[in-house]
Unconditional design. Structure first.
Length: 105
């Protein structure tokens, strides 16, 4: 699996994971081979990045629940004045946690 910015995605790439909106609705299921039409729709839906099947031999880092919990504990003080129940803020916090964990590996 490889995480790709939507502006760097190309037709022919295959989704490793489904693409969901902020409410969890599946916009595109995993395994879809992306077309230009898919990429336009993803941009219109505000999708910033996608996980694609990687054929370059790179592997996704397995992240333990303990590492996620530690990163959440570290980052929560930075989000004290935000509403983490709001879908956008919840997604920003999730991405911050994942970024923090990936950079600690």
């Amino acid at each position: 699996m490889k995480c790709v910015l939507i502006d760097e995605a190309e037709p022919g790439m295959v989704l490793h994971d489904p693409v969901n909106n902020f409410n969890g609705k599946v916009l595109l299921p995993e395994g879809v081979e992306l077309s230009e039409k898919h990429l336009r729709a993803l941009r219109q839906w505000g999708v910033l990045e996608i996980n694609i099947v990687s054929d370059d031999g790179t592997e996704n880092i397995e992240i333990s629940p303990e590492a996620i919990a530690a990163a959440e504990d570290t980052l929560k003080p930075r989000f004290t004045h935000t509403n983490l129940e709001h879908p956008l803020m919840a997604e920003i916090f999730k991405q911050a946690v994942l970024h923090h964990v990936r950079n600690d590996h």
